[in-house]
Ligand binder design. Structure first.
Ligand code: SF4
Length: 474
C-alpha cells in the first residue's frame, strides 16, 4: 500500500486534484516549521529550544542541514545503527497516527496513554523516544521514573486541539464560574479531599481530556478534577457527577457532548464555553442549568468527517459498517454504526468477519495501516481527502536519526521535562482517573500483534512493531 507520505508527495508535486490533501502545509518539508516564532502548535514555551553550537548560521530549533539533505536510505541506516548501539538503553514509542516510516522503528505502537503505560514496562530504559505529539511526551514524563529522559524528536509536533485550551483561558473561565456558582476559585481540592468529605458535592468538577497540556492536568489535580481518555470518558463523567453538580469539560467539545448525550444529558444542559466571550457566551441562567460545560475546542482531523460522507459510503458500498472516533461531530457519531477510541476501532476491524467492508472515521495513517493488516476486508477512510494529523506528521525520520545519534553521543536533544510541581498535581488527576476507570499500568506487548508495514521508502524495518494490549485511550 502506498504510504500517506508518498500520496502527499504525489498530489503536491503533480498538482493532482483527484486526491488532494487537507492542508497545504503538508507539502512543505517537515523542518520548514522549525524555529518559527510560535515554534509550531503544541510546542510549549517552557521547552528549551535546541541550538546547534557547531553551526553559527543555524536558527535555533532547526534540524541540522546535514540531516535535511540525507536520503531516506541514509537516514534509515543511521537510525538502525544508532538503535543497535543504544540497545535496551532506549524505548521508541510510535502513536497509531504516526507515519509508517516512523512506526517501522517503534518498539510499541498504540494510543497516547497505552504508550505512556508501555514505557513503564521498560523502567531500565534511560530514554523514552516518543514519536507522537507534545502532550503525549509530557504524560510519559509525568509517569516515568525521575531518572528517565523523554525525547520528542521534533518539538514542533504539537496538537492543535490541546492548544485550544491554554492555562490562562481555563484559569480565567474558572474564576468566572466561581462567581456564578459562588465558590472560592483558589480553593485546592487535594488528593484525599473527597474521602475526607464524603457526600459533599462541588459546584463544578473540571475534566480534561488526555489531549491537553500537563499544566491543565495539574489544574484538574488541584481543583478536584480528573483526566479522561476517549475510552473511559463515560466512567470518568459518572465519577465526576458523583462528586459535583456539573462538569467543565475541555478541550474537546465533541468527546464531551457525545459522551454526555449517550448518558442521557439533554443538549440544552450542555452550553458551550467560548473563552473569548464573557461567561463563555452564556447567560447566568444557562450556566445555572448546565450539567456539562463544553470548551470550544475540537480536533482538526476528526471534525472533517461528515454525515454526507457516511451517506456516500452507504450508497457506494451496500452493507458497509461505519465506525468513527468520538472526537467526530455528534451527527457523525449518531449516523455511524459504532463509535469509540482508536483501540475500539482497532478491535472493531479485527473482529469483523472476513469479507466485511468497513468505513472508518479517524486519522488516515491508522486507517491505511488497518487496511494493510486486514487484506481479507475492504477498509477505507470516510474522508476522501488525504488528511493526516499534520502536527504528528512533523516527526520525520530526519529528526529520529538526529535525536537518536544525540543519545549515542550522550546528548539529550529535544528533551521534554515537566516542571516537578506541575507533574505532582497532574499525577493526582491521572491517579483519580486510574481509580475511577482502572487501566493496567505497565502495559505489555500483545502476544500476536501484527508486524508494522515496512517503511515505504526504506529497506526492511529493524524490528516488528508491537501493539500494546492495555486499555484504549487517545
Ligand atoms: S489527531 Fe487531532 S487530537 Fe490527535 S494529535 Fe492530531 S490534532 Fe491532536
Amino acid at each position: 500500500m502506498t504510504s500517506v507520505a508518498e500520496l502527499i508527495a504525489v498530489t503536491t508535486i503533480s498538482g493532482t486534484t483527484a486526491a488532494s490533501t487537507c492542508d497545504t502545509d503538508l507539502a512543505e518539508p517537515t523542518w520548514a516549521f522549525d524555529a518559527l516564532p510560535t515554534y509550531g502548535p503544541g510546542a510549549s514555551v517552557a521547552d528549551p529550544i535546541p541550538v546547534d553550537t557547531t553551526n553559527a548560521t543555524m536558527r535555533p530549533g532547526q534540524l541540522p542541514l546535514a540531516y535535511q539533505k540525507m536520503s531516506d536510505e541514509e537516514l534509515h541506516a543511521r537510525i538502525v545503527a544508532a538503535r543497535e548501539t543504544l540497545g535496551d538503553r532506549i524505548v521508541i514509542l510510535g502513536h497509531y497516527y504516526q507515519r509508517d516510516e516512523i512506526v517501522a522503528y517503534a518498539d510499541f505502537v498504540g494510543d497516547s496513554f497505552q504508550l505512556a503505560n508501555a514505557a513503564l514496562t521498560r523502567p531500565d530504559a534511560e530514554a523514552i523516544v516518543f514519536c507522537g505529539v507534545h502532550f503525549m511526551a509530557e504524560t510519559a514524563d509525568i509517569l516515568a521514573r525521575d531518572e528517565q529522559h523523554v525525547i520528542l524528536p521534533n518539538l514542533a509536533a504539537g496538537c492543535s486541539m490541546a492548544d485550544m485550551a491554554d492555562s490562562e483561558s481555563v484559569e480565567a473561565a474558572w474564576e468566572e464560574l466561581a462567581e456564578v456558582y459562588g465558590f472560592d476559585a483558589s480553593q485546592e481540592i487535594d488528593e484525599g479531599w473527597f474521602e475526607r468529605n464524603p457526600g459533599v458535592k462541588l459546584p463544578v468538577i473540571p475534566v480534561t481530556y488526555m489531549n491537553s497540556s500537563a499544566a491543565l492536568k495539574a489544574f484538574c489535580g488541584r481543583h478536584g478534577g480528573i483526566v479522561c481518555t476517549s475510552s473511559n470518558a463515560r466512567t470518568v463523567l459518572e465519577w465526576a457527577f458523583e462528586r459535583g453538580e456539573r462538569v467543565l469539560f475541555f478541550p474537546d467539545q465533541h468527546l464531551g457532548r457525545n459522551t454526555a448525550k449517550a448518558m442521557g444529558v439533554p443538549l440544552e444542559q450542555m452550553p458551550m464555553w467560548n473563552p473569548r466571550k464573557d461567561l463563555g457566551g452564556n447567560t447566568s441562567a444557562e450556566l445555572d442549568d448546565a450539567r456539562v460545560i463544553l470548551w470550544h475546542g475540537f480536533c482538526s482531523v476528526h471534525k472533517r468527517f461528515t454525515t454526507a460522507q457516511i451517506d456516500a459510503a452507504r450508497e457506494q458500498h451496500p452493507g458497509v459498517q461505519v465506525v468513527v472516533h468520538p472526537e467526530c461531530p455528534m451527527p457523525v457519531v449518531d449516523a455511524a454504526d459504532a463509535a469509540g477510541s482508536t483501540e475500539l476501532i482497532r478491535r472493531f476491524v479485527a473482529e469483523a468477519a472476513p469479507g466485511s467492508t468497513i468505513a472508518i472515521g479517524t486519522e488516515v495513517n491508522m486507517v491505511n495501516r488497518l487496511a494493510a493488516q486486514h487484506p481479507d476486508k475492504t477498509i477505507f477512510c470516510l474522508d476522501p481527502v488525504i488528511c493526516p494529523c499534520s502536527t504528528m506528521y512533523r516527526i520525520h525520520p530526519g529528526y529520529l536519526a538526529w535525536t537518536l545519534e544525540g543519545l549515542v553521543e550522550g546528548e539529550w536533544r529535544n528533551e521534554i521535562q515537566v516542571d516537578p510541581d506541575v507533574a505532582t498535581h497532574a499525577r493526582v488527576a491521572l491517579t483519580r482517573m486510574l481509580a475511577a476507570a482502572p487501566q493496567p499500568l505497565g502495559g505489555t506487548p500483545a502476544p500476536a500483534a501484527p508486524a508494522a508495514p515496512a517503511a515505504a521508502s526504506a529497506p526492511a524495518a529493524p524490528a516488528p512493531a508491537l501493539t500494546v494490549s492495555t486499555g484504549g485511550a487517545r
